[in-house]
Design a protein around this ligand. Structure first.
Ligand code: GLC
Length: 822
């Protein structure tokens, strides 16, 4: 027993060292020296310090300052990040003031006060001079090698960290995909992309790294994007009540500071810096069905047949890893799918698109291998051309000693592409032609943390080298950006090889900026109530981190669910941008009909509702593409002044107007709902509620409580079984007048398929409603853009509970139109 205890204790020392030790030791790091000289250029101030460190402050916009620090050396010429989308900032007017104590940089919105000794940075509101955020200790680095996790690579330099004073009532949001609550105050996190099947709340790190957070204090927000792809750490007052700190196991202390005070403004800027989601094809908003794995072809056809016969909407079917020949990417198993082209064509005729999974592991199959090579296209002489080409062109990652890096993934021994090499990205992108030619509509990138069965921690990949703009850096820097670059190669390949169609990519892992190339889902969740409840803060945090097209496996991926859980999952999932039911190979079947008719009927109702809400959802999605504001959002983004929303993670909003309060526990048929200030309409009855309070509502299994903000107008179309099934010649606008009888909305339309929306081929129509003595005046504004969706009848309904409104006539363009009651 004693020996066992000792072994456990030793293991504890070995494995438990990472964050806890770091959290305790942050103050032990070597602090940056004092400022000795100041150099100013058109948009930058460079500070040189007593210890030869340098700090550069760059004014990018009046509300955006970049801080870049390197320790004990000068700032290098090379300045590159895979996350950044915009570099051509128009430098705003700014000034610098120096006195003996401080250097102050001022823009119209921010004052950055840098104290010379010790070097401390403080951000203030330029208008009120109030302190927004300030250093708790000087920026620091691990000169003496105190903090080293098992992943540490000596070539990476040293651990670097910045520490900020923690406000007594400061809240923290964002950080992308974390299995955590919405408000991250008093918790800490690691960013190290990891394959974590069956994760629960508290598991960290998981698949993605988005080192961006928003701090909110007294209603005012700021943002910090720590653009450093090394294994990074964020501690929001977990190890000490004094500080919120962030650091990384190498690289520069490179961060961007965003001034709000509005969170929406920060998100707009953050997504300007790291890019916004291009519009996916409209069918990506359709219902999707997946399973590890549907095969052979006849089984896929049966699933589709069931969907159609049961009158359940479906747009997309996913093919998981078993469609391939022994997991070789860019192949089809000829026995399971003998004629992929005919197969996808026949599904297309039923309105179904096919998405195939493509993992990064390319089966290791050197020429000498004797393995049977059947089903590889004859033109390639029966060889596995993907491995051959990658090998011949030297596109695969190697270890520092020059050996090919051979991880083990689904195909067994494999090779990974070095996506930092531009030629390799182009090659991988062009390989997508294989799928395009076979009629595949979208690509699902999985296992791209990158997962490796030899060692899921990533430690044994320490010496894997990537080209990285000629820097030949290791995995310590490149692991977290691997998925971003793989998705980029895929996206650009689809765009190049099928230019008349919008690419559709789905990813599991990612780094900041991933939204430019891919949509995402939150990986291998459990079929459990806890996992369902965790969906909400996860989607909302992703939305606060630039990723808008999010979703999770409806019903949960691992384990056995039941009808009630599935229904309640759909009552969340039917409003997530990515709406897909997916299940583990060893899990219980969970297509919508698997638990019996009562459940199936409810699921049908919600899927149909999703399709009829498409004009609203697509308009919201386009707004997200244009502004960076998420579709699925926390209430506090819309009601930043309302403290009651700061910790609210069991309700969500779709865009500005729809509030949803799902049931996230079994056997519950009532719940409390917090409604922010203002007036709200019960979506189902149109009954009005006054906000700024909790109300208790009924929520029997067939009902998810939903509320519409007074002042909104929700456009809807016909329910359909797939996008494009019916020609939409009529749209209905349900008007929810506010206290003054006013309401407003916009409707966005385009062809839903091609990238021509980028060149103005869209139509945006504004609709305004105001109260008039006898009823309402509805103004349909002149539309923007040059897309003509054909003639559509607009029908207007006034939401009314009491049915006291009278039908009156409306005059539009000089013609009388009738006004109906809902
Ligand atoms: C991973 C994915 C899961 C997929 C499975 C097999 O676990 O997260 O969605 O079904 O791999 O490809």
């Amino acid at each position: 027993m004693k020996a066992l205890a000792r072994i456990i204790a030793i293991l504890g020392v070995l494995f438990g060292q990472s964050l806890i030790a770091l959290a305790q030791d942050i103050t032990a790091l070597t602090k940056i020296g004092d400022v000795v000289s100041v150099e100013k250029s058109a948009r930058q101030v460079t500070l040189s310090c007593t210890d030869s460190s340098q700090v550069q402050l760059t004014v990018l916009a009046a509300d955006l300052i970049r801080v870049r620090a390197v320790f004990a050396k000068s700032i290098p010429q090379l300045d590159h990040s895979w996350a950044i989308a915009k570099e051509d900032w128009q430098t705003p007017h700014w000034t610098i003031r120096e006195d003996q104590q401080n250097i102050t940089i001022s823009t119209d919105e921010l004052e950055v006060v840098v104290r010379r000794s010790p070097l401390l940075i403080e951000f203030r509101n330029a208008l009120t001079h109030e302190v927004i955020n300030s250093d708790e200790q000087p920026m620091a680095y691990d000169k003496d090698g105190l903090l080293k996790s098992r992943m540490f690579d000596p070539a990476a330099g040293a651990f670097v960290a910045a520490s900020k004073k923690l406000g007594f009532d400061e809240h923290f949001y964002g950080l992308g995909e974390k299995a955590a609550r919405l408000d991250k105050r008093r918790s800490s996190f690691i960013n190290w992309n990891s394959d974590t099947p069956g994760y629960n709340e508290g598991k960290d790190p998981i698949y993605q790294t988005i080192p961006f957070y928003i701090g909110l204090q007294k209603g005012s927000a700021y943002g910090i994007f720590f653009d450093n792809s090394y294994r990074s750490y964020f501690d929001f007052g977990h190890s000490s009540q004094r500080r919120a700190w962030f650091g990384a196991e190498g690289g520069e202390l490179n961060y961007y500071f965003f001034q709000g005070p509005a969170m929406k403004k920060i998100l707009g800027r953050y997504t300007q810096l790291t890019g916004r989601m291009p519009l996916p094809p409209m069918w990506a908003l359709g219902n999707q069905q997946s399973r590890w794995s549907y095969y052979p072809q006849s089984m896929v056809e049966e699933v589709v047949k069931q969907y159609r016969e049961r009158d359940l909407p479906l747009d997309v079917i996913h093919l998981d890893i078993d469609y391939m020949k022994n997991y070789r990417v860019f192949t089809f198993d000829g026995e399971r799918f003998p004629d992929p082209k005919a197969f996808t064509r026949q599904l297309e005729q039923q309105g179904i698109k096919v998405v195939t999974i493509v993992d990064p592991g390319v089966k290791y199959q050197p020429k000498e291998s004797t393995e049977q090579q059947t089903q590889i296209p004859a033109a390639k002489n029966g060889r596995y051309y993907v491995f051959d080409e990658g090998q011949e062109q030297n596109y695969f990652q190697r270890r520092a000693n020059g050996d090919l890096f051979i991880p083990r993934v689904w195909p067994g021994e494999s090779a990974f592409v070095d996506y930092t090499l531009p030629e390799a990205r182009k090659w991988w992108g062009d390989l997508q032609r294989f799928y395009i030619d076979n009629g595949v509509a979208g690509i699902w990138n999985d296992m791209n943390e990158p997962s490796d069965f030899v060692d899921q921690t990533g430690a044994h990949q320490r010496d894997v080298v990537s080209y990285d703009e000629g820097q030949k850096t290791t995995h310590a820097k490149n692991r977290n950006t691997f998925a971003l670059l793989m998705a980029r190669a895929t996206y650009e390949g689809l765009e190049r090889n099928r230019p008349d169609r919008r690419p559709y990519v789905i990813t599991r892992a990612g780094y900041a900026g991933i939204q430019r190339y891919s949509t995402m889902w939150i990986g291998d969740t459990n079929s459990s109530w806890d996992a369902l409840a965790l969906n909400l803060p996860m989607f909302m945090s992703l939305g606060l981190s630039g990723e808008t097209f999010v979703g999770s496996d409806i019903g949960g991926f691992i384990g056995r669910g039941n009808g009630e859980l599935l229904v309640r999952s759909y009552q969340v999932g039917f409003l997530t941008p990515f709406c897909r039911n997916h299940k583990d190979i060893s899990g219980y079947d969970q297509e919508p009909w698997r638990f019996g008719k009562p459940y199936e009927d409810i699921i049908r109702k919600y899927l149909k509702l999703r399709y009829s809400l498409l004009p609203f959802l697509y308009t919201t999605l386009e707004e997200s593409h244009r502004t960076g504001l998420p579709m699925f959002r926390p209430l506090m983004l819309n009601f930043q002044d309302d403290e009651s929303t700061y910790n609210l993670d069991n309700e969500f909003m779709i865009g500005e107007d729809l509030l949803v309060a799902p049931i996230l526990k079994p056997d519950l048929v009532r719940r409390l709902v917090y409604l922010p200030k203002g007036t709200w309409y019960d979506y189902w009855t149109n009954k009005k509620f006054t906000g700024g309070q909790m109300i208790e509502v009924d929520a029997p299994l067939e009902k998810v409580p939903m509320f519409v903000r007074a002042g909104a107008i929700i456009p809807t179309g016909p329910a359909m079984n797939y996008i494009g099934e019916k020609k939409i010649d009529k749209l209905t606008f349900t008007i929810y007048p506010d206290e003054k009888g006013a309401a407003v909305t916009q409707l966005y339309e385009d062809d839903g398929l091609s990238p021509s929306y980028k060149n103005g081929a869209f139509r945006r129509t504004s609709i305004r409603v105001r109260k008039a003595p006898l009823g309402f005046v509805i103004e349909v504004g002149a539309s923007e853009g040059n897309y003509d969706p054909g003639t559509k009848r607009f029908e207007f309904l006034i939401a009314s509970y009491e049915h006291t409104s009278k039908v009156v006539s409306v005059i539009a363009d000089g013609k009388a139109h009738s006004l109906e009651l809902k």
